[in-house]
Design a protein. Structure first.
Length: 322
């Protein structure tokens, strides 16, 4: 008579490969690595404490928005001054950005002076625009008035402050290069405004470096691995309802529908499968054509919001474009 097929529970093979039918393990088996169990439990407790601290004290907006030179998070209404709706990080001094982009420079873009703005400044077509630091100290101006004046209070400066501004030492800085909103940071476009630069030189301002380096410095920071990872995490945090519905509930519902179709329409299911698969392939192809810009004007771009089509920025799209 043939014996049972499969593994014999409770038995173990001998060294020669044969199975001893009488070799049943009879002693009590239990966990003996108590020290590892203690370490594992301590690890779980530490993870719970760490997660609780991060959940209570952390700010998920830090994954999306940058910091100004004071360490304030852009868009934070509890910052000083109130940065509510001021979500875009802008670097005031183009020479500092240029210096951070040099190959052998020890100066980093994180050390360059940056503030939070409502929109990215662009140069004037017939003059010189200024972006001034937060109105503090001798500048008697509210934040709302500062925003309404397009961040410009150069006319209120004393002669000493004006001379300091012409040396790119603040509190006001010239808008020589156009900038666009790339992932909530104003990236310079290395095309200096001739009119603004001429006015700057006529006022006796210091030399401003015009080079593609200022473009690449910000581009390199925005597309760094850590920045891309932050955007991925921020997108997951924003899209968790979609992930639950489309990744869990909807597939479960469609699976039940599919089983019912197989149960009641078994003869037609091969053709239904072929038709649905081809429709899916066509839909995905059209979607990618749309996002590539071959159909319509909805191409994927790292630039957020409306902008002049003359300005174009290439970058790794590591985030959902809003």
């Amino acid at each position: 008579m043939r014996g049972p097929l499969g593994a014999v529970v409770g038995r173990y093979p001998s060294s020669d490969g044969s199975t001893h039918l009488g070799g049943i393990i009879r002693h009590n088996r239990k966990c003996r690595d108590v020290s590892f169990l203690v370490i594992f439990v301590a690890f779980l407790v530490a993870m719970i404490v760490n997660s609780s601290f991060g959940f209570n004290q952390g700010n998920p907006l830090r994954l999306t928005y940058g910091l100004d030179y004071k360490g304030n998070l852009c868009g934070d209404k509890h910052a000083h001054p109130n940065l509510r709706e001021l979500e875009l990080r802008y670097w005031l001094n183009p020479n500092q950005v240029y210096q951070s982009g040099l190959k052998d420079s020890q100066y980093r873009l994180t050390n360059a002076r940056s503030i939070c703005l409502l929109d990215c400044p662009i140069p004037s077509e017939d003059g010189l625009n200024w972006v001034c630091d937060y109105p503090e100290g001798d500048i008697r101006l509210s934040v709302d008035d500062w925003i309404d004046r397009n961040y410009d209070y150069f006319e209120f400066l004393t002669p000493e402050m004006r001379n300091s501004s012409l040396q790119l030492q603040g509190p006001c800085y010239p808008v020589i290069f156009p900038s666009v909103n790339v992932y909530w940071s104003c990236q310079f476009i290395a095309r200096a405004s001739n009119m603004s630069l001429r006015h700057w030189q006529q006022m006796g301002g210091v030399k401003i470096n015009e080079d593609i380096v200022i473009d690449k410095a910000i581009h390199r920071s925005i597309n760094s691995r850590s920045s891309v990872l932050k955007r991925y995490m921020a997108d997951i945090g924003k899209a968790w309802p979609v992930l639950i519905v489309c990744g869990g509930l909807l597939p479960l519902f469609l699976s039940v529908i599919w089983l019912l179709l197989i149960r009641h329409f078994v003869a037609a299911m091969p053709w239904i499968t072929v038709a649905l698969f081809n429709a899916l392939i066509i839909s995905v192809t059209l979607f990618y054509y749309l996002k590539a810009g071959w159909i319509g004007n909805d191409a994927v771009s790292p630039i957020i919001g409306k902008h002049d089509p003359y300005y174009n920025v290439h970058g790794r799209v590591g985030s959902i474009i809003y």
